[in-house]
Each structure stands twice: as structure tokens, then as C-alpha cells.
Ligand binder design. Structure first.
Ligand SMILES: [Zn+2]
Ligand SMILES: [Zn+2]
Ligand SMILES: [Zn+2]
Length: 440
């Protein structure tokens, strides 16, 4: 019997009963071909490779992560909940040392789901990785977590949720937002006033290849992780950087993904996008599985793989070198930048956001207000308008000082229906969630 070096847990959840439309690229075949390929390779028979069924999680972890409008069950299906649960099941087994690594091969994906969520955005409704983070903090008292998003699209939802949270380092590599959905993820997006430098974005040129990705990893991401020292590393493992992906323009290969996984060495990888259903996903998924399991993956190659054709231009290599230098400067100077931002805004940091729900065709308007507090990361209030809803979302952060904590509860109890349809409080300090609903 062949044996994996690392004990690896897999959850394979193709979500047969959920799709946007039958021909939509985000459909169950995304995983069915991979499952066939895993079977063909005999991976299910390897010693140290375990396949689990997900448990269904309690909605409380969703409500600690998101403000679901009008409520969880109106926007998230059982498939969404199982996808999120899969991550929790795996990470639980990692923490109990039953396995060393986990790979959640699940759908629907999650990284475009923001803190406030009204439904489907970029094929995402709830954020699988973010829900896992809240679970880890509540149930396992894990403090420092890193999420490295290697999906081809900017992980704008994950960025939004941990924007002002220093305990979660979020780094996203993606095709430049000027050329791809969702159009964000530029180097100047570096986190809120209490967490500047803990959100880092690497917008990459179209046609970047394995070489460019691995350069970013070795020269920027690994040194930063070394300094940050996370207790858990999560990889949002989107596979749409693949050269055959129909939605994107990158030149990444299965070998590239395998090497990336080997070097990043995450505790858990979570499938995000990847729409080259037959030509890429089975190979890339296999590459990631082998790398996580510590099995030699040098033989995994797409039938049409030709590294010559995928070679990136010198212009791209030079751009990436400069990009990594610039982002490292942000990381190195984060304390000074934070100091300057706080000095500039003094009491409150506000930002207006328009969030487009591409799948559903509606627009949300947000006004976010982050209190600048010298004792904690500061109370957050968000006014959000979308469809017929008008929401006041209040977030008491994990590290809330008593003043911000009390202020959050005061705002919650003193805001009556007025113009709001929903007034919701997330108390992350005590892991509580309260909601007042008014008829529209
Ligand atoms: Zn990304
Ligand atoms: Zn993607
Ligand atoms: Zn405070």
C-alpha cells in the first residue's frame, strides 16, 4: 500500500443540488472530474489519506462572521452551509492531531462574500474561510491566522471582513483588477486604521506564469509569514490562474500549483474558483493533494502542458520584482503608516463603498465608520442600503475596550426602527449576536 508522508484529510463536496444555471461555469462538474481523477490515481487507497463527511455547522458561526440580510436561511442554501461546515470539520481534525493537513474540495466558493451579504456575488454567498476563522477564535482560542488567497480573482470579501483586524493577515494574489472582476485589490488597499499593513494585495499582470507566482511566494509572502508567525495558515486555493481557464488570462500550471502548495505549506487549503473543468481542475487538484500529502508530484502534468508557451515576459518579471519590493515596504513600515493614518483621521475613519452583486444584478451602498480608539481596534458601524433594506450593522471587535463595547450596545439599544429595517449587533468579544427587525 502506498503511503502519504503527511496525514491528509479531504472533504469532497460537489453540491449536486446547487447551481446558478445548468451551463454556468460554477457547476458540480467542477468537482466530479477531480473525484474521477483521484480514483484513477488510487489516492483513496493510500495510507494516511482520509476522506470525511462534513458535519453541519451551527448558524451562529455564520452570524458571527456575516450580517446576512434578511437572514441566513433566506440567502444561504444547505449547500452553502455544508461548504462552510467542511472547512470547520477539517480544521477541527487538524487541531486534534487526527490529520496534519486538510483540503476542502467544496463548492460553492466564498471569498467574494463580504461582511454584509445580501446574496450571490461572484458565485459566493457566505465566506467559507472567514467562518472558519471565527470558529477557530471562538472554540479554540486561536489568535493569529493568515489567509493567503491564490485565486485569480481578488478576495474582496475576505479582505472586507478582516479589514480592520490585525490578528488576521490577509494576502491576495490575483489578476490585476483593471482587467478582471471584481476590479479591486490594488496595492494601496492595506487595511483599516487599526490594522494597516495586515491586508496586502498583489495585482499581477495577465499572462503571469508559475515563475511569477513562485517569486512572490519566496520573496515576499514566506518572509512576511515568518515574521507574522500565524498559528494557522489557510490557503484560499482558487485554481483559475490556470492557463486553460475560460474566465481569466493567467499562465499558471498544475506543477506551479503543486510547488506553491509545497512551499506555502498551509494547514488547510479551501477550493475557491477554477472553471477549466476538464483540462485543469483534475490535474491542479491532484497537484495540491500530492503537495499537501508530501507525495512526489513531479509527474502531474496536463496532457497539453508546454512550459515554453507559458513563459512570462521579462517585462512581467521586472514588474513583479518591483511589486514585491513595494509591498514589502508597506509591511515593514506598517506601524508608521498606522500612526500617520490615525493622526490624519483622529476620531473616525469613514469610507463609502458601492458593492455590486453581479449574479443578482443589484447594487449595495455602504457607509462604514471605524472609531479610532487608542485602547482597542475600535467599534465599527456600517449603514447599508440595498433592495428595500436599510441596515445598521454594529461590530464590537474581539479586542474591544470597555468603552467601545458599551458604546456598541448603547447604539444597538438606542436605535429604533426609524429609517432602518434591520439593526444588528455582532459582539465578537463575547461571541454574541443580536438583531432587531422592523417591517419595511
Ligand atoms: Zn486572490
Ligand atoms: Zn476566482
Ligand atoms: Zn476602544
Amino acid at each position: 500500500m502506498q503511503k502519504a508522508q503527511n496525514k491528509l484529510g479531504l472533504i469532497l463536496f460537489p453540491a449536486f443540488d446547487w447551481r446558478i444555471t445548468p451551463t454556468h461555469p460554477e457547476r458540480e462538474e467542477r468537482l466530479l472530474y477531480t473525484i474521477d481523477q483521484i480514483e484513477e490515481e488510487g489516492l483513496f487507497d493510500y495510507e494516511n489519506i482520509f476522506v470525511y463527511n462534513p458535519e453541519i455547522i451551527d448558524d451562529k458561526y455564520i452570524n458571527l462572521t456575516h450580517f446576512c440580510i434578511p437572514d441566513v436561511d433566506s440567502i444561504a442554501t444547505i449547500s452553502h452551509k455544508i461548504a462552510a461546515s467542511s472547512c470547520i470539520t477539517l480544521v477541527k481534525k487538524i487541531l486534534s492531531n487526527e490529520i496534519a493537513k486538510g483540503f476542502a474540495l467544496i463548492r460553492p466558493p466564498g471569498h467574494h462574500a463580504h461582511r454584509i451579504t445580501y446574496g450571490d456575488r461572484g458565485f459566493c454567498v457566505i465566506n467559507n474561510e472567514a467562518i472558519m476563522v471565527e470558529y477557530l477564535r471562538k472554540e479554540h482560542k486561536i489568535k493569529k491566522i493568515a489567509i493567503i488567497d491564490t485565486d485569480c480573482h481578488h478576495g474582496d470579501g475576505t479582505q472586507d471582513i478582516f479589514w480592520n483586524d490585525k490578528d488576521v493577515l490577509f494576502i491576495s494574489l490575483h489578476q490585476d483588477g483593471r482587467t478582471l472582476y471584481p476590479g479591486s485589490g490594488f496595492t494601496n488597499e492595506i487595511g483599516g486604521p487599526a490594522a494597516t499593513g495586515y491586508t496586502l494585495n498583489l495585482p499581477l499582470s495577465p499572462y503571469t506564469s508559475d515563475e511569477g507566482f513562485l517569486y512572490c511566494l519566496e520573496n515576499l509572502i514566506l518572509p512576511i509569514l515568518e515574521e507574522f508567525k500565524p498559528e494557522i495558515i489557510i490557503n484560499s486555493a482558487g485554481q483559475d490562474n490556470h492557463y486553460s481557464d475560460p474566465l481569466t488570462n493567467m499562465n499558471f500550471s498544475a506543477q506551479g500549483y503543486a510547488k506553491l502548495t509545497e512551499k506555502l505549506n498551509p494547514h488547510i487549503s479551501v477550493l475557491e474558483g477554477g472553471y477549466s473543468v476538464e483540462d485543469a481542475l483534475p490535474y491542479v487538484n491532484l497537484g495540491i493533494i500530492f503537495a499537501l500529502a508530501g507525495i512526489d508530484c513531479s509527474n502531474i502534468k496536463e496532457p497539453d502542458y508546454d512550459p515554453e508557451k507559458l513563459r512570462q515576459s521579462t517585462r512581467i518579471s521586472e514588474y513583479i520584482k518591483k511589486l514585491c519590493e513595494n509591498v514589502y515596504i508597506i509591511w515593514k513600515n506598517k506601524e508608521q503608516i498606522e500612526h500617520d493614518v490615525k493622526k490624519k483621521y483622529q476620531k473616525h475613519f469613514t469610507r463609502k463603498k458601492s458593492i455590486y452583486y453581479d449574479t443578482m444584478g443589484f447594487l449595495e451602498q455602504q457607509l462604514e465608520n471605524i472609531k479610532i480608539c487608542n485602547k482597542c481596534s475600535g467599534l465599527i458601524t456600517i449603514e447599508s442600503t440595498c433592495l428595500n433594506y436599510r441596515v445598521l450593522a454594529i461590530v464590537i471587535p474581539f479586542d474591544a475596550c470597555d468603552e467601545c463595547y458599551n458604546q456598541g450596545y448603547d447604539i444597538f439599544s438606542n436605535t429604533d426602527s426609524g429609517s432602518f429595517s434591520h439593526v444588528i449587533l455582532q459582539d465578537k468579544r463575547n461571541f454574541e449576536f443580536y438583531k432587531k427587525e422592523y417591517s419595511k
